[in-house]
Design a protein around this ligand. Sequence first.
Ligand SMILES: Cc1cc2nc3c(=O)[nH]c(=O)nc-3n(C[C@H](O)[C@H](O)[C@H](O)COP(=O)(O)OP(=O)(O)OC[C@H]3O[C@@H](n4cnc5c(N)ncnc54)[C@H](O)[C@@H]3O)c2cc1C
Ligand code: SF4
Length: 220
Amino acid sequence: VPDVITSLEFERLINASGPTGGKVARVSTGKVPESVVFVQCVGSRDVSIGRPWCSCVCCMAAIKHAILLSEKHPGMEVTICHNDLRAYGKGYEEYLKRAEDGGIRFLKGLPGEIWDDGRGPALQVENTETRAMEILRPDLVVLAVGIGPCEGNGDLAGILGLPLEESGFVKPLDDKLGPFLTERCGIYLAGTATAPRDIPDSVAMGEAAAMRAFTDTLRE
Ligand SMILES: Cc1cc2nc3c(=O)[nH]c(=O)nc-3n(C[C@H](O)[C@H](O)[C@H](O)COP(=O)(O)OP(=O)(O)OC[C@H]3O[C@@H](n4cnc5c(N)ncnc54)[C@H](O)[C@@H]3O)c2cc1C
Ligand code: SF4
């Protein structure tokens, strides 16, 4: 279906140094869309495909994208279809409130499929708050594809002698007491190697791993 992109592609589109110089355009016409629908939890929180985890960052990323869009293009219809929103960090709830106050529509319900109705993408969503079936016909759809383990994790873990979790992420020594440590002394973990996480958490983990590497070196 044309005019369906991923959140990573959207991130590049809206970036001033991206391929369109920051202009968000429909793939089919090159024109600025009048309506955009974000679809959350695509490939996350889905046991049927073996990806039961929440990707942590895509709710806030979609809210960020929606706010950027509506500030750049007042009057554009922006809808976020979601399971439930996870705005768990400091200031995140306030950011969500800003999006709601700014006219962004939060529709609780996810489409089963997206089809091309000749004019563009179409999706059917059950609004689980009103029980009404709605058919949306936006100009552009953005899929929140989430975060998974890197494809090369198996090879890399094999070379380094590290165990992987069933999910494919690298297994830390201890999730609570040693989230950046591994079974191998001198090999440390950070960021999304072990699970989905946002930039502040990834940076904090990287700093912790670097400091631990430094103190381990001093001890030897
Ligand atoms: C669409 C989207 C929007 C986001 N928006 C936000 C946001 O607004 N705010 C926020 O805080 N977070 C956001 N995030 C999350 C953010 O991208 C991550 O938190 C961050 O990138 C994690 O950093 P990292 O270094 O762990 O992983 P990455 O940034 O993925 O870096 C890992 C690097 O390792 C390389 N690599 C992997 N395997 C190998 C290998 N075997 N050999 C060599 N190199 C390898 C990869 O190519 C990559 O360059 C967003 C994520 C997505 C997908
Ligand atoms: S962060 Fe939001 S969109 Fe992403 S998987 Fe979790 S609930 Fe779904």
